[in-house]
Every structure is written in structure tokens, then in C-alpha cells.
Ligand binder design. Structure first.
Ligand code: ZN
Length: 154
């Protein structure tokens, strides 16, 4: 069976950045399962998998536009120290979950701690990055009616 709309696909993957640092990997865990055509994974990877079948291996390079988007400078802002009340020590690189304007979960990364406040970045941690995926397709099957109705794999 070839990957197309309304297939449930299971993949093993390793994601590396331009400097060959591993950012994420399914190795040692369960394969990643997603419903094809439901935007469950980034478009650049989803598009590259169309027409592939179980057993296929491929390398996919995804540009930011087809990944987590470019870095939006407006999403880097200064926050007052009081916004981090209750946290003993704020350091660059720390990440927090926050609610975005539409209630969605955002990851906020601390960029710098200065006398004027704390520089925080609400861009996705992988925004602006070229992503390199090493993918092995484990399984391709037709989605159930329930999965299609829910818009995700079970
Ligand atoms: Zn469901």
C-alpha cells in the first residue's frame, strides 16, 4: 500500500540539524504514527512520504517554510521579571509552556536575562531551522472511519 490521503503511517525517524546534532528521534521508542493528509506532521515531511510504502527508507531535507516556519522577530520580546514569579532562577535556554492568544500551547524560550527584564522567544524552538529527517517507513494501512472522523491516528 502506498502512502496517500487517509492512510495511517508509522515511521521511525531521526531528525538532525545542519550541524548533524540529533534533535529528535523515535529510536528506542515507538514509531511515530500519523494520519496522512491531516497535518499531523510538518508539510515538508508529509509531502516527501507520498507514494512510499512500508520498508522504504529516505532522507528528507525540509526548509523552514515547509517546517516550523521562519523566525518571527516580533515573537522575541522583553518580559518583566515579575512574569516569572515563583521560579528561583531564570537562565537562558530555559523553556516554559504558555497559552497563546488563541489558547494554544506555546513554548517560550528564555533568550537572555538582563537588568531591564527577560528576553523571551515565542517562536517554535525549530523555527528558522533546516531539518534533516532520516526516515524508515514501518507500516502503511488504511485509516478507519473513526480515525478519519477524528482527524488523527489511533
Ligand atoms: Zn480519536
Amino acid at each position: 500500500m502506498k502512502i496517500a490521503e487517509n492512510c495511517v503511517v508509522a515511521i521511525d525517524y531521526t531528525l538532525t540539524d545542519d550541524d548533524q546534532n540529533t534533535l529528535d528521534s523515535s529510536s528506542g521508542g515507538e514509531p511515530l504514527q500519523y494520519l496522512h493528509g491531516s497535518q499531523g506532521i510538518i508539510p515538508g515531511l508529509e509531502n516527501a512520504l507520498v507514494g512510499k510504502s512500508a520498508g522504504d527508507e529516505l532522507k528528507v531535507t525540509v526548509q523552514p517554510e515547509d517546517g516550523y516556519g521562519p523566525v518571527v522577530p516580533e515573537l522575541i520580546q522583553m518580559a518583566p521579571v515579575s512574569a516569572f514569579e515563583g521560579i528561583a532562577e531564570i537562565k537562558p535556554g530555559m523553556q516554559f509552556q504558555a497559552k497563546g492568544p488563541e489558547g494554544q500551547v506555546q513554548i517560550i524560550t528564555v533568550k537572555a536575562v538582563t537588568d531591564e527584564g527577560i528576553a523571551i522567544d515565542a517562536n517554535h524552538p525549530l523555527a528558522g531551522q533546516v531539518l534533516h529527517f532520516d526516515v524508515k517507513i514501518k507500516e502503511v494501512r488504511a485509516a478507519t472511519d473513526e480515525e478519519i472522523a477524528h482527524g488523527h491516528a489511533h
